[in-house]
Design a protein around this ligand. Sequence first.
Ligand code: PNS
Length: 175
Amino acid sequence: MPGLYRKAEPMQRTAIYPGSFDPVTNGHIDIVRRGLKLFDRIIVTILHNPAKQTLFSVDERLELMELSLKKYPDVEVAAFDGLLVDYAVKRNAHAILRGMRAVSDFELEFQMSLMNRRLNREIQTVFLMTGLQWIFTSSSIIKEAARFGGDISRMVPQVVNQRLKEKFAAMRESD
Ligand code: PNS
């Protein structure tokens, strides 16, 4: 019967991909790239937490993220503070996207996703396993290697590699 089985309105599936991203790594980019196969739009959201000491300011992290993701039109880069689930609601997002590396990530990710679920049951957390290539890549370990001149060029976007070199050179000069 015409009209009985009406086609559902297409809903835009939006995910928030939150993190400190200090700085963005190729592992993060890989999660965004693969997340776009599941979601129509991803809002990469950089946590603004004045209590946490970071190497790059929020503005620097925003810029690095934007430059690293400029070829993805369905990705927006933003900063947030406060509760993540509130921000997700504000942005009409239905999901939180997170990458999971080794088992060591599991406990904290599990805690955070349960807390977010308790705070808002409408927002689902979706985990993507980090690509094998990036399993040992983390922003902290990259900063540690870069600080002492290690070659991290294959683990981060080119612009990040350059900016890390400049940052540590400036820090050495001011010592
Ligand atoms: O890259 P990180 O540091 O592992 O990201 C952690 C982040 C930003 C996802 C988490 O700290 C967060 O969501 N902070 C916002 C505050 C909040 O909503 N807390 C309650 C849920 S844990």
